[in-house]
Design a protein around this ligand. Structure first.
Ligand code: KG4
Ligand code: ZN
Length: 336
């Protein structure tokens, strides 16, 4: 089964070809980040228009990488939600129309299922069942995964997602969008022991998260250190970034350990943009060693949005006999 995957839910146009026998045959990504950075965040209408411009050239590029004609495809998978409605429509209508023209099935994939399965694209993937920590710009969830489509939500954020908290902290520190990688970079130069930020909701049982209080704490700390002109010195900015990152990473690690203990499972996968964070990987590596468990994650470019995860997830669903009807349907909000 050879599947073309199309991802257009937000600000990256991702296209890839996954073959169930041979693995990944082609993968291309166009990021709109530079365009949106000027506005400090994603502008939905600009995102849709840019997907229209870039999608077909990227489809041609991956076909070329794979040495294939369109007729060599068996199916097309596309992100049908959640995400920006206009952006999703570009991918869905292109995928659905191409599949109709080629006389092959198409399947709409849940964006977070794509993230969740991305570590399966790596060598030595985990076997079901496992615990998954999904940490992206829109989601923070702990999920028990028993198979494709067999997902049990164990806990989630009651307010901001972890990635969203990173992005907001970045803004407070005067860093560019998207803020996660910028905060992580700045944190490397900081003294992590100068401030002690709270680890929200770790002192009570349960697997839910809350990051909005940490955001306020970060803002108050930054404001208390600003000079008369409202400026923050470089030392303090780096120290705040380090304290913030350490608090988020610690909180996630504490809940992951609890999820492993509660389920009795021995495998943890992390997925979504924040799973690219180096400190998070190090902290979780340490934790799983103590728990005699194993940690799995995707290469950094498959942690953030990409077409490969959609091609892979779509392929698994198709192999299980599923496909979508001819309607072009997207779901901007869609619980997994
Ligand atoms: O999964 P993703 O690419 O898109 C969504 O589905 O949301 O995740 C993007 C999020 C952003 O909030 C970004 O700041 C964060 O992931 N992120 C990071 C890192 N790389 C991306 N956060 C912390 N550290 C990183 N290295
Ligand atoms: Zn994503």
């Amino acid at each position: 089964m050879r599947v073309l995957g199309i991802e257009t839910s937000c600000d990256e146009t991702g296209v890839a070809i996954y073959d169930s026998e041979q693995g990944l045959l082609g993968d291309a990504l166009y990021s709109q980040i530079d365009m949106h950075a000027e506005y400090g965040g994603v502008v939905p209408e600009l995102a849709s228009r840019d997907h229209v411009r870039k999608l077909l050239p990227l489809v041609r590029e991956v076909l070329e990488q794979a040495g294939l004609e369109k007729s060599g495809l068996d199916a097309i998978a596309y992100t049908s939600g959640p995400g920006l409605i206009g952006a999703l429509m570009v991918g869905a209508s292109t995928a659905r129309s191409m599949a109709f023209g080629l006389g092959i099935p198409a399947i709409g994939v849940h964006h977070m299922e794509g993230h969740l399965l991305a570590p399966m694209l790596e060598d030595n993937p985990p076997a079901f069942p496992f615990v998954a920590l999904l940490v992206s710009g829109g989601h923070t969830q702990l999920v028990r995964v028993d198979g494709i489509g067999e997902y049990e939500l164990l806990g989630e954020s009651l307010d901001d997602a972890a990635g969203e908290a990173f992005d907001k902290a970045a803004k407070m520190l005067g860093l560019d969008y998207p803020g996660g990688p910028e905060v992580a970079r700045l944190a490397q130069q900081g003294d992590v022991s100068r401030f002690r930020f709270p680890r929200p909701m770790t002192d009570r049982p349960g697997l839910d998260f809350s990051f909005s209080g940490l955001k306020t704490f970060t803002l108050n700390t930054a404001n208390s250190l600003r000079d008369a002109d409202g400026r923050l010195d470089d030392r303090s900015r780096a120290d705040i970034a380090a304290a913030f990152e350490s608090a988020v990473v610690d909180t996630l690690a504490i809940k992951c350990r609890r999820a492993l203990q509660q389920t009795g499972l021995r495998q943890l996968i992390i997925a979504g943009g924040v799973s690219a964070n180096r400190r998070l990987r190090e902290r979780l590596d340490e934790m799983v060693r103590k728990e005699r468990a194993k940690l799995f994650y995707a290469r950094p470019q498959f942690c953030t949005d990409n077409g490969a995860m959609i091609a892979y997830a779509g392929c698994q669903r198709l192999l299980a006999g599923q496909h979508s009807d001819l309607a072009i349907r997207v779901r901007p909000r869609w619980p997994m």
